[in-house]
Write a protein that binds this ligand. Structure first.
Ligand code: ZN
Length: 231
C-alpha cells in the first residue's frame, strides 16, 4: 500500500464515502533567507496551504523577516532561541528547565512584535524534545500550545505533527515518497483524519520539492480535503 496509485485509490475512496480529511503544514528551522524556503513557500502558496513557520529568534535575519511578511499564508511561531544543544547527555535539547523561561520569552516577544498578526503564540522545541514538566510550565506561563510530534497514536495531539517528509534515520534530505505516503496511510488506518506534516526546507532537495507539488496537486482534486492550522 505504499505505491502512489494505491494512495490515489485510497483518497478516491474517502472522497466517495464523504470522509473529511484535514492537513496542516509546519516548516521548521526558519532563520536566514534562502532560496529553498521561498521555493517551498511558493508551492504552498500556489495551493493555498497555510503554513506555520517555526522561526529561530536569535538567528532570524532582516531579509527573512521581510520575506515572511510577503506571504499571506504564513504564520510564525517560536522555534527555540538559538536552536543550540545545551545538553551533553541524552537527546539533543535547547531548554528544559523552568529557569530558561525568561530567555525564551525575550525571543517570543521579539517575534510577536515583529510579526504582529502573523504571529502565533506556539512553541516548537528544537529537535521536538521537551519534558512534560517543562511543557506544562510553558503552557502555564503564556504559551498557547507546544508543538512537537505524535510519537504514539495513543497520545495524539492535534498540534503535534504526524508525518515527516524526511527519514532522518537514513538521510538529512528527502529520499523516498513511499516513506511519506506510508505515514499518511498509517494515520488513515487508525481513523486519524487530521494530519500534521513537517518539512525542513534547508535539506528538502529538488526531488523533495517536486514531491510536495505532486502531493498538493493530488490533494487539491478533492473537496473533502482541507488545510487549516490547529491553533
Ligand atoms: Zn529545528
Amino acid at each position: 500500500m505504499t505505491q502512489w496509485t494505491d494512495f490515489q485509490a485510497k483518497l478516491s475512496e474517502y472522497f466517495h464515502s464523504g470522509q473529511q480529511i484535514s492537513f496542516w503544514w509546519r516548516e521548521d528551522d526558519v532563520s536566514y533567507d534562502c532560496a529553498n524556503l521561498r521555493i517551498v513557500l511558493d508551492v504552498l502558496s500556489k495551493y493555498n496551504v497555510p503554513v506555520l513557520c517555526g522561526a529561530i529568534p536569535k538567528l532570524l535575519t532582516l531579509d527573512m523577516i521581510l520575506t515572511l511578511k510577503q506571504y499571506t499564508n504564513v504564520s510564525v511561531c517560536q522555534h527555540g532561541l538559538f536552536h543550540q544543544n545545551n545538553y551533553t547527555q541524552g537527546h539533543k535539547c535547547e531548554f528544559d528547565t523552568n529557569e530558561s523561561l525568561g530567555q525564551l520569552l525575550i525571543g517570543r516577544d521579539f517575534l510577536r512584535t515583529t510579526f504582529a498578526s502573523q504571529f502565533i503564540n506556539v512553541y516548537i522545541p528544537p529537535w521536538n524534545n521537551i519534558s512534560k514538566s517543562f511543557k506544562d510550565f510553558l503552557l502555564a506561563n503564556g504559551y498557547c500550545a507546544v508543538s512537537a510530534w505524535n510519537y504514539s497514536p495513543d497520545r495524539k495531539r492535534p498540534y503535534n505533527f504526524d508525518v515527516d517528509l524526511i527519514d532522518w534515520s537514513k538521510s538529512e534530505s528527502f529520499e523516498d515518497e513511499s516513506f511519506v505516503i506510508r505515514q499518511i496511510l498509517q494515520c488513515f488506518e487508525r481513523n486519524d483524519f487530521h494530519i500534521g506534516i513537517v518539512n525542513h526546507h534547508r535539506t528538502i532537495s529538488k526531488k523533495g520539492v517536486k514531491f510536495i507539488e505532486k502531493l498538493l496537486a493530488e490533494f487539491s482534486k478533492y473537496p473533502n480535503i482541507s488545510w487549516f492550522l490547529p491553533f
